[in-house]
Write a protein that binds this ligand. Structure first.
Ligand code: UD1
Length: 419
């Protein structure tokens, strides 16, 4: 397992080209099953989660071209299987996103029940409830989920008790191929939902309201070949903005968009960053002190849970104390003991962490168990005294394209040690 060896202390300054959003690419790749024809995508992030999804699609019978410079051509015409191997579902929870398109296209599908993961239990009840509402039957058998809809899916009103990104994608993809009209209420509003809706529309669905609380979908079975460019990754962009904030640097995130940052924009500014648009994206810089800010993670446009760990690293060096509450995944604090090992002053109590700023962090050996937690440790390494060794870099490879290259080009001293 590779490690990153980081020597902290250099300001993070320069330009970073932001990749396409992993969390849009994954549902869009899954949605390509619906059309059963050729699809041409641009700005596909070259990250290992995308490769896992492509492996999954190939395993189902899709013809997948080479992913190069963000461009990818594939055809799901040859998809004949509707059973997904446990091995890939276990590796990547987002594999579950193929369930709805498989049921819609074949009238039945079988998928392994995803287990727990490092950030909590993460149930799939809302996905299954949405499919039931659209007329599917759901049965459980020895770790597998069987979903059947032999007569096809039928449009319905789906009201989510709480907004879920994944379940909204499932509902959207299923409704897009159901007979008649569907209404999806209290759905997630993340920009990636609107991007999946744009892709489904390019393939022939009629969708209104994606990105708001209520989506109206007119189902179709007249799918057509589609082209789509994936929207930029807002979490990647914000992570590099945090890097500039931590080190007192200045970064231009090319492709970054203010409207995708939601509450993260004013909270980063409250912490001491200046953020403003440039011709190519956004610029973030810090010239003054870092200030403590209280943060609660929420569904979009609230502060994203996927930025919580990185923001905590920022707060480790701010003046005063900040309370960081996790409102989405209550156990998402695996980075806390590792940051403590680097000298951070953090007290955990339930789903809240109190972070008291310290003058400096100290480099040491650290390891995290998920993607964003690993990024928070890399960020800590950029500003820590001495050498930080981040183990299990494969977590970062899941979602940050060319992370080492992007960090190095902005002045970070980071080396990948292959093992
Ligand atoms: C997606 C993102 C992930 C991000 C998360 C929250 C992808 C591939 N992943 O994950 O990076 O951290 O959104 O922004 O897009 N829930 C249920 N039942 C369900 C589904 C979810 O109770 O059937 C709960 C979850 O436990 C959680 C909350 O709903 O508390 C939100 O989770 P959700 O938005 O579904 O996250 P994911 O789609 O898994």
């Amino acid at each position: 397992m590779d490690t990153f060896v980081i020597h902290g202390g250099s300001p993070f300054s320069g330009s970073v080209q932001i990749a396409g959003a992993k969390n849009a690419a994954l549902p869009i790749l899954a949605a390509s099953i619906l059309g059963g024809g050729p699809v041409s995508l641009a700005n596909v992030p070259e990250v290992s989660d995308v490769r896992s999804m492509l492996e999954l699609l190939s395993g189902l019978g899709a013809e997948v071209g080479e992913l190069r410079n963000g461009r990818l051509a594939l055809s799901t015409q040859g998809v004949t299987r509707s059973e997904t191997a446990y091995d890939i579902v276990r590796r990547m929870r987002a594999s579950f996103l193929v369930l709805a398109p498989l049921v819609a296209r074949f009238g039945q599908a079988r998928i392994s029940r995803p287990g727990g993961c490092a950030i909590g239990t993460r149930p799939v009840d809302l996905h299954l409830e949405a499919l039931r509402k659209l007329g599917a039957d759901v049965a459980f058998e020895a770790g597998e989920i069987d979903v059947t809809a032999p007569q096809g899916l039928t449009g319905a009103r789906i009201v989510f008790p709480t907004p879920s990104v994944g379940a909204t994608h499932t509902a959207l993809m299923a409704a897009a191929s159901a007979k008649g009209e569907s209404e999806i209420v209290n759905c997630a509003r993340e920009p990636e939902i609107a991007d999946t809706a744009a892709f489904l529309s390019a393939m022939g669905a009629t969708i209104e309201g994606a990105g708001t609380h209520k989506i109206l979908v007119q189902g179709t079975n007249a799918w057509r070949p589609a082209r789509h460019t994936i929207l930029p990754d807002r979490i990647e962009a914000a992570s590099y903005m945090v890097a500039a904030g931590l080190t007192g640097g200045r970064v231009e995130v090319i492709g970054g968009r203010l409207e995708h940052l939601g509450a993260a924009c004013h909270l980063l500014e409250a912490a001491g960053l200046s953020i403003f648009p440039s011709d190519r994206g956004l610029i973030a810089e810090r010239t003054g002190a870092l200030h403590s800010v209280d943060v609660t993670t929420e569904a979009f446009p609230g502060f994203p849970t996927d930025l919580q760990a990185q923001f905590m690293t920022l707060m480790c060096l701010a003046d005063g104390a900040s309370v960081i509450r996790e409102g989405i995944f209550e156990q998402r604090f695996m980075h806390v003991p590792e940051l403590q090992r680097m000298g951070a002053d953090i007290t955990l109590s339930g789903s809240a962490a109190t972070v008291r700023g310290v003058p400096r962090l100290q480099g040491t050996q650290v390891m995290a168990t998920d993607l964003r937690a690993s990024m928070s440790l890399v960020l800590a390494g950029l500003v820590a005294e001495g050498e930080t060794v981040v183990h299990r870099v494969y977590h970062l490879d899941r979602g940050y394209e060319d992370i080492q290259g992007k960090l190095t080009r902005c002045g970070a001293r980071i080396e990948r040690v292959r093992q």
